[in-house]
Design a protein around this ligand. Structure first.
Ligand SMILES: *Cc1c(COP(=O)(O)O)cnc(C)c1O
Length: 241
């Protein structure tokens, strides 16, 4: 894997610096500790060399939303000699049942479990790969099925399916803010759902919310995991197909 150009390395370092300032400022404003918030770099559409450069800047958590791309990147990083630091791969995209077996071979955390059958398929994949996965229930905060997520009424059943699966560990909830609505309002509803899920399941207190444009609102409403792409890596050109 060729290293990134000096110019790209400098750009990533500068982006990370301003992002960290934003996160620290938002944490300070809400009395949260920066250390209680995890930053996940969402590297979809960007090359594995960018992942390696960000790992060199200290990041260890990386997010992807398409199985084939994620698997290739995780493999490329794992095959490096000298070895890259140990990375944690977060799968954050819509998950079809037939992709679960593959995702379970490399993902450490799956944020997008939104159906009971997906929980079951991931559990089966984790068994087969002899691995354990951290999982979150993705909650739908709008009426758009294209964005994924369990309807409010289905969240408890999906959470139960994750919690009772032998190879899955339910760690919390995830959501993407609606496109044309106040993210604060949506994240406040997510906080309510998180309270219910964590009351029913010990240890399931993570809230994965907040992206480049709405991380301040997410932190105000208790986000523990930020998934940031554009603010770190720049604008994406859409993948072909
Ligand atoms: C792409 C993506 C992100 C990152 O979005 P940015 O706006 O680029 O920060 C976060 N979460 C999910 C689920 C994504 O697909």
């Amino acid at each position: 894997m060729a290293a990134v150009s000096d110019q790209r390395a400098a750009q990533l370092a500068a982006n990370l610096r301003s992002l960290e300032e934003r996160i620290t400022r938002a944490c300070d404003a809400t009395g949260r500790a920066r250390s209680a918030v995890s930053l996940i770099a969402v590297t979809k559409t960007f090359p594995a060399a960018d992942v390696l450069a960000l790992a060199g800047l200290g990041l260890r958590d990386f997010g992807e939303n398409r199985d084939a791309e994620a698997r290739d990147k995780a493999r490329a990083l794992a095959a490096l000699d000298p070895p890259a630091p140990d990375l944690r791969w977060h799968f954050v995209g819509r998950l079809q049942r037939n992709k679960c077996r593959s995702v379970a071979t490399y993902a450490d955390v799956v944020h997008s479990v939104d159906r009971v059958e997906v929980a079951r398929a991931l559990d089966e994949g984790a068994h087969r790969a002899d691995r354990y996965l951290d999982v979150m229930v993705q909650v739908s905060l709008d009426a758009d099925p294209g964005r994924g997520g369990a309807e409010m009424a289905a969240v408890a059943a999906v959470a139960d399916a994750c919690a009772t699966a032998t190879r899955l560990r339910l760690t919390g909830v995830m959501a993407i803010a609606p496109l044309d609505a106040d993210p604060g309002d949506a994240f406040s509803r997510l906080a309510g759902i998180s309270a219910q899920v964590s009351a029913a399941h010990e240890g399931a207190h993570a809230i994965s919310a907040g992206m480049s444009n709405d991380l301040e609102a997410a932190l105000r409403h208790g986000a523990t995991h930020l998934r940031v792409g554009t603010a770190l890596l720049g604008h994406r050109t859409p993948p072909p197909g």
